[in-house]
Design a protein around this ligand. Sequence first.
Ligand SMILES: N[C@@H](CCC(=O)N[C@@H](CS)C(=O)NCC(=O)O)C(=O)O
Length: 214
Amino acid sequence: MTHWTLYGVPGWGSTIAAGALAWVGEPVEFVDVKGFDHPGPARERLDKVNPLARVPTLVAPDGTIFTESAAIILSLGDRHPASGLVPAADDPRRAAFLNRLMWLVSVVYPTFTYRDYPERWAPLAAGQLRDRVDAFRQSLWRGFDADLAAGDWVLPGDAPTALDLYVGVMTHWRPGRDWFARETPALLAIAERTQALPALAPIFAKNFQSGADS
Ligand SMILES: N[C@@H](CCC(=O)N[C@@H](CS)C(=O)NCC(=O)O)C(=O)O
């Protein structure tokens, strides 16, 4: 096998992996597992590769299975050090990159796990869980926006990194583009710059046709 295989759903977290693969120029076969979050054929298909049943799930040409977006980003960065996806070890932006990447996947991302399926976690208080997690996530995005230095990208300097890709994708999710435009305009401007990058524009166009936002 010479290509990567990405299991995902248009507009979901697999878009981060699809964007990173396009950024570094790796060929990929996309397997659409829409509906995997409920019992059925898509779930059975994904379970065979990733029993955690999450997207992105990415299978490397050597058969290695990635089930975490940050691992995908860092691994593609290792394979393509000149791509700019991940700042190199001696880049002064490296520490801030790692810190923000870990924050995105360990603090922001789980809010979707709990908010999108509140009945799994709090069947007797699903509405309350939804409201609290929505408010928490909004506070996270506001804090991120307030921390941004003036500039075109999340990190200082002229070049985008994978952090901009996360922002580009995640600002399509709740609380939605209108909220980001109103409350965190600097983040939204980064998202718009990112989705106009020539390597990424086709990925964003494919994943966020109307109705793909979650
Ligand atoms: N930590 C994982 C999170 C992946 C994740 O939660 N993906 C969501 C879709 S965007 C998912 O698969 N949700 C289904 C579920 O929680 O059942 C990552 O960074 O890749």
